[in-house]
Write a protein that binds this ligand. Structure first.
Ligand SMILES: NC(=O)c1ccc[n+]([C@@H]2O[C@H](COP(=O)([O-])OP(=O)(O)OC[C@H]3O[C@@H](n4cnc5c(N)ncnc54)[C@H](OP(=O)(O)O)[C@@H]3O)[C@@H](O)[C@H]2O)c1
Length: 341
C-alpha cells in the first residue's frame, strides 16, 4: 500500500463536544526532538505540509518536547495554517534545570505559566486541545481540571484533554469539565489500557488518541537493538523493550505482523497502524492514532494505512503479541498510568 493518492481521511469528533479531526493525526515530537538530532530540517518541515495535504488535521506537540523547541519548530506551520488544523499541546511534564530529571507539576500557578509559554512559542492566541501531560498525584485531578477549565472560559484554550491518567482519574476529571480526548500509549505492543481505561472512555464518550502507535518505530521493523543501531541522544537507547535480550525477543514477535504485511502488500508499520485504527470499531469509541515521522514518504505510507482493514483472522494472529512483549513500556513506570492502577 504505497500509493499517495489523496483520499480524505474520515472526519471524526473528539469527545462529545470536541473538535472534528481527520481519523489519523500527526505526532510532532520526533520532528525536532527525542529521537536524535534532525539532520534534514527542510524535509521535516515539508512532512508537516504533506500531512496536511493528505488530510491530517490534528497536530500534537507538548511544551516539554525539546523544552519548548518543538513548539517553536512547528510554529511557522501552525501560523500558516491556523484555521485548517487542530493544534494540540500539553503541560505538566518538565525537566529540572538542576539535574535534568523529569518533573511533574499540575498546580494552577504552574499551569497558568505553561499555557502562556505555549501560546507565545506557538505564536497563537488559542490552543485547540490542551492536555495535562502527566498526573501530579500531589494535586487532586479535579483541582487541575478546574484550573484548565478557567483557561477555556478565558478563551486561551478550546478543549481539554488528559494523558496517561487512570480510569478513576478520567472519571473524576470528566465530572468537572468535558474531556475531549485521552492520550495514552496504545499499540500492538502496549495494550494495558484496554482493561479499565478504554471501557471508561467508552462510557464517558471520551476519544482515545493512541501515542507511539508504531511502538516508537520498533513495530515497523526498522531497528532491533536501539543501543547498537540508533544514534547518540536517541531516547530509545534507554528503553527496556528496545535493548539487549528484550529487543531480540520482541523483534521475533513481529513475525505475524510481517506475514500479514506480505499478504496485503503493505508494510509492517501499516499493519500496526491499521490495528490501532480498528480499535475504534472493536471497542466502540473514537480513536485517532498520532504516528510521527520526519519523512514525507513515510507520512504518505502512514496515512495510506487508514485504508487497510484487517480481517478477523489477521486480528486474531496479532492478538497474543502484547502479552509476550519483554520489558515495560517506560523505563520508569511511575510516569505512566500503569504505575498507579
Ligand atoms: N502523551 C505522551 O506522553 C506521549 C508520549 C510519546 C509520544 N507522544 C506523541 O505521540 C507521537 C507519536 O509517538 P512517537 O513519535 O513516540 O512514536 P511512533 O509514532 O510510534 O513512532 C515514531 C518513530 O517511527 C518512525 N516511523 C514513522 N513512520 C514510519 C514508517 N512508515 N516506517 C518506518 N519508520 C517510521 C519514525 O522515524 P522517522 O521520523 O525517521 O520516520 C520515529 O522514529 C509523538 O510525536 C508525540 O506527539 C505522546
Amino acid at each position: 500500500m504505497s500509493d499517495s493518492t489523496i483520499t480524505p481521511l474520515t472526519p471524526v469528533r473528539l469527545g462529545t463536544t470536541g473538535p472534528e479531526v481527520g481519523a489519523q493525526g500527526f505526532g510532532c515530537m520526533g520532528l525536532s526532538d527525542t529521537y536524535g538530532p534532525t539532520t534534514d530540517v527542510a524535509e521535516a518541515r515539508a512532512t508537516l505540509e504533506r500531512a496536511l495535504e493528505l488530510g491530517v488535521t490534528l497536530f500534537d506537540t507538548a511544551d516539554v518536547y525539546g523544552q519548548g523547541e518543538n513548539e517553536k519548530f512547528i510554529a511557522p506551520f501552525v501560523q500558516a495554517h491556523r484555521d485548517e488544523i487542530v493544534l494540540a499541546t500539553k503541560f505538566g511534564l518538565g525537566v529540572s534545570p538542576e539535574d535534568g530529571a523529569r518533573t511533574i507539576r499540575n498546580d494552577r500557578a504552574y499551569l497558568r505559566a505553561c499555557v502562556e509559554g505555549s501560546l507565545t512559542r506557538l505564536g497563537v492566541d488559542v490552543i485547540d486541545l490542551y492536555y495535562m501531560h502527566r498526573r501530579d498525584v500531589r494535586v487532586p485531578v479535579e483541582e487541575t481540571v478546574s484550573a484548565m477549565a478557567e483557561l477555556v472560559a478565558e478563551g486561551k484554550v478550546k478543549h481539554l484533554g488528559l494523558s496517561e491518567v487512570t480510569a478513576g482519574e478520567l472519571r473524576a476529571a470528566q465530572a468537572v469539565h468535558p474531556i475531549a480526548a485521552l492520550q495514552s500509549e496504545w499499540s500492538l505492543f502496549s495494550r494495558d489500557i484496554e482493561e479499565r481505561i478504554v471501557p471508561t472512555a467508552v462510557e464517558l464518550g471520551v476519544a482515545l488518541v493512541p501515542y507511539s502507535p508504531l511502538g516508537r518505530g520498533f513495530l515497523t521493523g526498522s531497528f532491533v537493538n536501539a543501543e547498537q543501531e540508533l544514534g547518540e541522544g536517541d531516547f530509545r537507547r534507554g528503553q527496556p523493550r528496545f535493548n539487549g535480550p528484550n529487543a531480540r525477543a520482541n523483534a521475533a514477535l513481529l513475525e505475524p505482523v510481517r506475514k500479514i504485511a506480505e499478504g496485503r502488500n503493505a508494510t509492517l508499520g501499516q499493519v500496526a497502524l491499521a490495528w490501532a485504527q480498528q480499535r475504534s470499531a472493536i471497542h466502540g469509541l473514537t480513536v485517532v492514532p498520532i504516528p510521527g515521522t520526519r519523512s514525507r514518504a513515510r507520512v504518505e505510507e502512514n496515512t495510506a494505512a487508514t485504508r487497510l482493514v484487517l480481517t478477523d483472522s489477521e486480528l486474531d494472529l496479532l492478538a497474543p503479541i502484547a502479552s509476550r512483549v519483554k520489558g515495560g513500556r517506560s523505563a520508569d513506570l511511575t510516569f505512566v498510568s500503569a504505575g498507579r492502577e
